[in-house]
Structure formats: structure tokens, C-alpha cells
Design a protein around this ligand. Structure first.
Ligand code: PMP
Length: 400
């Protein structure tokens, strides 16, 4: 019965690693993967995560019962505090409902399904470009997906005018997907002043913000600074949604731990919203897994462990920032034509190099360097040892 099934293409991002794995060259370099690597090119499990896991293993009172549909209560409370701030009036007034979901992706999907069922405006605007999965997540949930201008290839920076024009022309009530920080794939974020203008425009038109926060603390090394955009929107008393992921900032990729928060006008509304979110989750996966959320809750509720986490988090962010500087310095020293200052201006895990599809294909073929075809490279996949090889490849690609 399945004989006529057509083979689906590899995922554009995960497919890069598939191709990399098949390459037998000793020089091969994977800059496609969206996961942190150490200076030695190895995956990293944070020490504080190992410590939390040890504590969980040693605690014989722990059982493997199902979690409630909305997940682990402590985890939800602590996650809301982490993104909105401990002193957030929305939390104090019980106007936020937070549910544990399957990492950032699952949080986005549950939020999207809830909106598709209960929100009056079914159009969502996503930045152009954006993380490739956004279009599919929101489209499959039943929302109509439109793009707003975001990136200007000429400046390799924000197309702020275009963004304001497109959001200004969006039908009132439309949902707008915003990357809370470290925009993927461009690494280009609005400034605080620009965020404030975006907020005013969106609130004046009744546009509903849906924040995707996949890199809190991972961008600047500062958890509060990286949540600044979200907190600005919550401070004005209006509604918003936020999807949080602990994949990057706690290195919990495969544990699939994240949270969806919906900030409402009153506590009563928030509790009714939560009752409906439960109806979305129950037939999808019933309830979320317990292990990852327990790790996060253990760390967030203990002052020492929390502090230890922030130190390890900052070390990851700092290594990425240092790789940006090293690559920029290396291209400058090599005399590679062009302005490469965007490498140090952009933030977060990725640099949007400006290399085109042909140049990317050339670098893969001749230098065994793997990245997505839009020229996005993961700074976390780079090390002091591999910067010269990448520099040579970029130099060759732009001068041939
Ligand atoms: N949003 C963005 C912008 C991302 O970059 C990612 C990770 N690549 C995610 C969401 C979701 O990741 P996860 O489901 O692993 O938390």
C-alpha cells in the first residue's frame, strides 16, 4: 500500500549534517549544526546539568508517574520568572499561564494550535528570512503565514523601515512572530530604541506578539538583557505569547524541554486560556516528559546552582563572541575583499555571511565546509584551530 510513496527531501538544516557525516575528508567542518561545540569541537554537557542529574538519580523518593497535562508546576513557575523577570507584574497578578512543552518547537506548535482555535485573526506575520521551521509549524496549525521585511542584504543589517511599513500595513489583530533575541538565521536584532518603536506600532494596531525565545542568555551572556524585548511588551500590560527553549542555554537539546507562556489581561482569563491549552495538548502527546523539566527546575530553584549555570552560560556566549572576532580579524589579515564587519556586529549562534548559494557549494566541494545554502554559519561550530581553514575557503570563494 505504500509502494508509491515519494521520497521526501532532507530537512534543509538537518540535511547539512547528513551530508557532512558522509564526507570522509579529515578537514571537514560542520558549520550547519545549531548546537554548541567546545573549542575541541565536542558537544558540551554543562557541569551544573550533570550535578542536577546526579541529585535526581540519588533521590529515591522520585517516581516516574505521569506529569499533569501542563507539565511540572515548579518548572512552569520558574520558567515564567526567567523570561518575564522575578518582579514581573503579570506574574504577581497571576495573569500568565505557563505550560511545559516539547522544547521551543513544541511550545510554538501548541501556541499556534491554541491561536488557530481561539483567536479571531488567523494571520501570522513572520520575519523574512526566519528559522525554516516557523512557516511549517504555523501553517500546519492552521494559521495563514505571511512575511514581514526584516533583513537588508545591502547593509547586512535590519530593514527597519521595511519592517515598520509591513507591520503598519498588517490587518489589525494579526499575530506577529518576533525573535526575542539572536535572530536566526541573520544574527540581526533591533536596538532597544527600535524595539520600543515596534512595540508602539504593534500596540496601536492591536497586533499580537508571539515571541520565540530560543537563545535567552546565549546571545549576550546575560539572561536579563536577552529578555529585554519580551519584558518591554509585558510591561505595558498588553497580551503576548512566548515560547521558551532550554536547548541552547542549558544545552538540553535532546531532552526537549521548553515552555509556552500566554500573558493575559486578568487572572480569570489566564485560567480559562490554560483550560483550553490543555485540550490542545491532551490529544497531541497527553503530557510532557519529566526528566528535562526536573533538571531545569532543580537548577533554577537553587541559588548556587543558578549562579553556576549563569557562569557556564556566559562562557558559551563568550566563546562564540570570541570566534566572531577571530574570524573577522583573520579575514582582515588575509585581505579578503569586502566589508566583513557584520560578523562582529551580528549576535547569537549564527552569522549570516552574505555568501551566496554558489559560493557555499564551492566551499563545500573544495574545502569540505558544510553550512546551509543561505550562507548561514554556526559560530559555535568554529574553533581557533579551524578559523584559518574557513578564512581560506571564504577568500577563495569571493575571489574566484
Ligand atoms: N526557534 C528558533 C529561532 C530556533 O533557532 C530554534 C532552534 N534551532 C528553535 C526555535 C527550536 O529549537 P528546539 O525545539 O530544539 O528548542
Amino acid at each position: 500500500v505504500f509502494a508509491n510513496i515519494v521520497r521526501a527531501p532532507e530537512d534543509a538544516i538537518l540535511g547539512v549534517t547528513v551530508a557532512y557525516n558522509k564526507d570522509s575528508s579529515p578537514d571537514k567542518l560542520n558549520l550547519g549544526v545549531g548546537a554548541y561545540r567546545t573549542e575541541e569541537g565536542k558537544p558540551l554537557v554543562l557541569k551544573v546539568v550533570r550535578r542536577a542529574e546526579q541529585m535526581l538519580v540519588n533521590d529515591n523518593s522520585r517516581v516516574k508517574e505521569y506529569l499533569p497535562i501542563v507539565g511540572l508546576a515548579d518548572f512552569n513557575k520558574l520558567s515564567a520568572k526567567l523570561i518575564f523577570g522575578a518582579d514581573s507584574p503579570a506574574i504577581q497578578e497571576n495573569r500568565v499561564t505557563t505550560v511545559q512543552c516539547l522544547s521551543g518547537t513544541g511550545s510554538l506548535r501548541v501556541g499556534a494550535e491554541f491561536l488557530a482555535r481561539h483567536y479571531h485573526q488567523l494571520t501570522i506575520y513572520i520575519p523574512n528570512p526566519t528559522w525554516g521551521n516557523h512557516t511549517k509549524i504555523f501553517g500546519l496549525a492552521g494559521l495563514s503565514v505571511k512575511a514581514y521585511r526584516y533583513y537588508d542584504p545591502a547593509t547586512r543589517g535590519l530593514d527597519f523601515q521595511g519592517l515598520l511599513e509591513d507591520l503598519g500595513a498588517a490587518p489589525s489583530g494579526s499575530i506577529v512572530l518576533l525573535h526575542a533575541c539572536a535572530h536566526n538565521p541573520t544574527g540581526v536584532d533591533p536596538t532597544i530604541e527600535q524595539w520600543e518603536q515596534i512595540r508602539q506600532l504593534m500596540r496601536s494596531k492591536g497586533l499580537l506578539p508571539f515571541f520565540d525565545s530560543a537563545y535567552q542568555g546565549f546571545a549576550s551572556g546575560n539572561l536579563d538583557a536577552d529578555a529585554g524585548s519580551v519584558r518591554m511588551f509585558v510591561a505595558d500590560g498588553g497580551e503576548c505569547l512566548a515560547a521558551q527553549s532550554y536547548a541552547k542555554n542549558m544545552g538540553l537539546y535532546g531532552e526537549r524541554v521548553g515552555a509556552l507562556s500566554i500573558v493575559c489581561k486578568t487572572a480569570d482569563v489566564a485560567s480559562r486560556v490554560e483550560s483550553q491549552v490543555k485540550l490542545v495538548i491532551r490529544p497531541m502527546y497527553s503530557n510532557p516528559p519529566i526528566h528535562g523539566a526536573s533538571i531545569v527546575a532543580t537548577i533554577l530553584k537553587d541559588r548556587d546552582m543558578y549562579n553556576e549555570w549563569t557562569v557556564e552560560l556566559k562562557a558559551m556566549a563568550d566563546r562564540i563572541i570570541s570566534m566572531r572576532q577571530q574570524l573577522f580579524d583573520s579575514l582582515s589579515a588575509r585581505g579578503t575583499p569586502g566589508d566583513w564587519s557584520h560578523i562582529i556586529k551580528q549576535i547569537g549562534m549564527f552569522t549570516f555571511t552574505g555568501l551566496n548559494t554558489k559560493q557555499v557549494a564551492f566551499m563545500t566541494k573544495e574545502y569540505h565546509i558544510y553550512m546551509t545554502s543561505d550562507g548561514r554559519i554556526s559560530m559555535a561550530g568554529l574553533s581557533s584551530r579551524t578559523v584559518p581553514h574557513l578564512t581560506e575557503a571564504i577568500h577563495a570563494a569571493v575571489t574566484r
